[in-house]
Design a protein around this ligand. Structure first.
Ligand code: CU
Length: 154
């Protein structure tokens, strides 16, 4: 009984030190913790290839870049953008395979714009299915998202 108060103080001291250590690390600002991926979805494959869309929000005060994606439903994944050329919508790989999201900003990967191109779809994907995809960001940051498969117009 007599030892308990002493041990309790010792325990509280340890807890206080751990809390201080943890808050110290989060102040070092890990931008990865402040990236959120919203509304990710995969287009029902119109053929051998399809596109993945999402809105990426950078809540950190550091610039961050999407640098790639991986999953297991296709053979390869590239960052693409759709552009108008000679009155035609074409798509091309994003320069440097890098989509920059400014500090406090967001970037929408959306039909008619940027997207993750999934090349060589190896699974039958139908509306209502969900795929798991890992988005790779600068600084070794990775975010795993569940993307439902959806039909889009056109
Ligand atoms: Cu594309």
């Amino acid at each position: 009984m007599f030892t308990r108060p002493g041990r309790l103080v010792g325990l509280l001291l340890v807890v206080a030190l751990v809390v201080a250590a943890c808050s110290g690390t989060s102040q070092a600002d890990d931008p990865c913790e402040k990236i959120t991926v919203e509304d990710a979805f995969v287009r029902v494959p119109p053929g051998a290839n399809t596109a993945v869309y999402a809105t990426i929000v950078n809540g950190s005060d550091t610039e961050i870049a999407l640098e790639g994606a991986t999953s297991d439903f296709a053979g390869a994944y590239e960052l693409h953008e759709s552009i108008m050329k000679d009155d035609q919508m074409i798509m091309r790989p994003v320069e440097g395979q890098r989509i920059v999201i400014p500090p406090g900003g967001k970037v929408a990967l959306a039909p008619g714009g940027m997207h993750v191109m999934a090349i060589g779809v190896s699974e039958e994907l139908a509306e209502g299915d969900t795929v798991s995809m890992t988005l790779r960001f600068s600084g070794g940051c990775e975010k795993v998202v569940d993307a439902p498969v959806k039909a889009i117009g056109g």
